[in-house]
Design a protein around this ligand. Structure first.
Ligand code: NAD
Length: 323
């Protein structure tokens, strides 16, 4: 993508799961990438491929520390920002609910420094959690319903994402800094955390690799939208490049509702093992159904994603098997 050639792009959370894949793709497109991460959940090994490229510069530090972040902006002429650093994961967020509130400071730092240093555009990673318990499927980015999302919020994580989206919009409209918030649905793929603090695809794959049955909370009929990290990154870069996305909130998902039971069965089938999922008690705080309306994503980003869930699950399975 020639718009990225020799442009300097700051990726916060760059040593994390999605951030590190984004760094890889930006480098492939000729960008100079500044990856900032405090390594709280991220790992330097996620950037091991990227670090072979001289255009990757990793800086360890906390985006909530304004002086640190200011030095990053002072020492690099940053054209674009992807703000992905955040505290996340259902278990981690439930155990330390107040920790996520600090992320508002990071968003504030990113926006005020982007303004001071004339950044050309900021992309913010929001989340499907922003919809709270809203059950009108498919979930649509509709400004008139925002109050309703807040009323339906079930976690401080969701509230922080909503506040972040609003801050992005205000900077876009009032301070003339193009911003765009992307509501990511469930992203999966290589390098995602798969411990008890991790995410369902990695957790199931690790269980199956150990020869254990995948454990499902509840009846397994809860649904999610699973988008492969490569597709997520492709869409985020398109959102950066297109001017049509300025000031917008956009769902980023595959547009395919998959039950957790179906997911477990697909992973078992890929493994070729003789296993059946087991069901344990429901997690009280879990949202039952989540499915995005992706028409705005297609309209603004101009590309339909292929529904290649099995192929991407297989790639992810093989990655964990090699580890
Ligand atoms: P991740 O935990 O792998 O990445 C987050 C990264 O941010 C980590 O490397 C962590 O060390 C870093 N970090 C956290 N706080 C920081 C701070 N204060 N300063 C500097 N670095 C910090 O998670 P991910 O899945 O790659 O998520 C990336 C973004 O996407 C997050 O904003 C998350 O909320 C959002 N998101 C992810 C999903 C998903 O399915 N993975 C879904 C919705 C939204």
């Amino acid at each position: 993508m020639e718009q990225l050639q020799n442009k300097t792009v700051l990726v916060t959370g760059g040593a994390g799961f999605i951030g590190s894949h984004l760094c890889d793709e930006l480098l492939t497109n000729g960008a100079i990438v500044i990856a900032v991460d405090n390594l709280s959940t991220g790992k330097l090994e996620n950037l091991s491929e990227a670090q072979k490229n001289l255009n990757l510069h990793f800086i360890k530090g906390d985006v909530n520390d304004c002086n640190f972040l200011k030095s990053v902006f002072e020492n690099n002429k940053i054209d674009y920002v992807f703000h992905y650093a955040a505290v996340l994961g259902v278990k981690r967020v439930m155990e330390q609910p107040m920790l996520v509130l600090d992320d508002i400071i990071g968003i504030k730092n990113i926006l005020s420094l982007s303004k001071d240093f004339n950044v050309k555009k900021v992309i913010f990673s929001s989340s499907s959690e922003a919809y709270g318990t809203l059950n009108e499927l498919p979930l649509k980015e509709d400004n008139n319903k925002e109050l309703s999302y807040q009323t339906h919020s079930t976690s401080l994580y969701a509230l922080v994402k909503l506040i972040g989206e609003k801050m992005m919009k205000i900077y876009n409209d009032t301070y003339n800094i193009p911003t765009c918030s992307l509501r990511f649905f469930n992203v999966f793929g290589e390098r995602q955390e798969s411990s008890a603090y991790g995410f369902v695809v990695g957790v199931f794959i690790e269980q199956v690799l150990r020869g254990e049955a995948p454990t499902i909370f509840g009846d397994g009929y809860q649904t999610r939208d699973f988008i492969y990290v490569g597709d997520n990154v492709k869409m985020a870069i398109k959102a950066l490049i297109s001017e049509k996305t300025n000031g917008e909130v956009i769902n980023i998902g595959l547009g395919r509702q998959t039950t957790i039971l179906d997911l477990a069965q697909r992973i078992i089938k890929i493994s070729g093992k003789d296993l059946s999922p087991i069901f344990i008690g429901e997690r009280g705080y879990e949202i039952k159904y989540r499915s995005p309306d992706v028409s705005k994503m297609y309209k603004l980003l101009g590309e339909k994603l292929d529904d290649n869930l099995d192929e991407n699950l297989k790639k992810t399975y093989e990655y964990y098997a090699r580890k």
